[in-house]
Design a protein. Structure first.
Lengths: 140, 186
């Protein structure tokens, strides 16, 4: 019951407890793990997890200038302290001195995969956010 | 070459993803060959500055740091390989291996560690990811607190990853003292 109390914050959300809770990568591409509420990003040959609660927004756009390459881009912005209404603010004292990953952007040739990733991340983010705010309300 | 250890299924990881290949570790150093030929990496024992092990999902990753600042990572070792290679490095090469831990908590805040051209993002003192500054084409300071790293676009290395990292931005709050007034920060 402790982790359901009023003290529950974003900082308590953990994507994985152990290294072996992650599946070995079948393909190095952006993935969404619904069960663990995580997004997985391919960085230098490893899949790097981020809890979806750290995500502030996600968007994609297609490169229209280079028709031959048809690249598309996905941008993921993470929560950092100091932004208005950031859920992190209550926490930023706790993690004072930390450096935050604020933003990443990836290029892909597969537009369908990118649009799907954007939708999955948005949906999961909404689900987790509404669950967490309900939980916070119940606690008060 | 009869001495040493040969591994048939070891991937070289880096910018662009991973490449499968064969790795030989022998008294003279380390030799990795890409499956089907092509790229090879040869490291002389004398050039090795540090060797690290890290547990990654369902397997182990060997990190080899060499004199000129380059860092190679080889993925695909079983737990028993780690034990035998740790002994081999120590007895045959006189190298003591270090253990690194991978962060999987999914947090986006931690520390940045810069050493030998590598930038590591550490969460709870465990490594979440690392990138090579040699691949950074441009850095930009945005506002007072944000630093963006832009990565080279490289289509030539036989990358197997579907999505390629282009940009990373770190937010350094005013409360951080590590990089205060440091002109050389990334």
């Amino acid at each position: 019951t402790n982790n359901r109390g009023a003290g529950k914050t974003i900082g308590d959300l953990i994507a994985y407890k152990n290294v072996n809770d992650l599946a070995p990568p079948r393909e190095l591409m952006i993935q969404v793990d619904q069960k663990n509420e995580a997004i997985l990003l391919p960085i230098y040959g490893n899949m790097v997890p981020f809890h979806v609660a750290t995500v502030k927004s996600v968007s994609s756009h297609q490169d229209t200038t280079q028709d031959s390459n048809r690249n598309c881009y996905i941008r993921i912005i993470f929560n950092v302290p100091g932004t208005p209404f950031s859920p992190h603010d209550a926490n930023s004292l706790k993690f004072q001195g930390s450096i935050y990953l604020k933003e990443v952007s990836f290029r892909s040739k597969d537009q369908r995969h990118i649009s799907e990733a954007v939708q999955l991340i948005k949906t999961l983010r909404r689900q987790v956010a509404s669950r967490e705010s309900e939980r916070a309300e119940r606690a008060t | 070459m009869t001495d040493g250890h040969l591994f048939n299924n070891i991937s070289l990881g880096g910018r662009g993803g991973t490449n499968p290949g064969q790795l030989k570790i022998y008294s003279g150093g380390i030799l990795w060959k890409k499956q089907g030929g092509g790229k090879a990496i040869e490291v002389d024992k004398a050039d090795i500055v540090g060797v690290t092990w890290m547990k990654v999902p369902k397997t182990n990753q060997l990190g080899v740091r060499i004199k000129d600042g380059l860092f190679y990572k080889f993925i695909g070792f079983r737990d028993q390989d780690v034990t035998s290679l740790t002994n081999y490095f120590q007895t045959t090469c006189g190298i003591v291996t270090e253990e690194k831990q991978l962060s999987v908590s999914g947090r986006n805040w931690g520390e940045v560690d810069l050493s030998d051209n590598m930038l590591s993002f550490l969460v709870d003192s465990k490594q979440a990811f690392e990138v090579s500054l040699a691949d950074v084409s441009q850095t930009q300071l945005q506002g007072k607190n944000d630093v963006t790293l832009e990565f080279h676009v490289d289509d030539t290395t036989g990358a197997n990853e579907k999505d390629s990292l282009m940009e990373i931005t770190f937010h350094i709050p005013n409360s951080n003292t590590q990089f205060m007034g440091d002109e050389n920060r990334p």
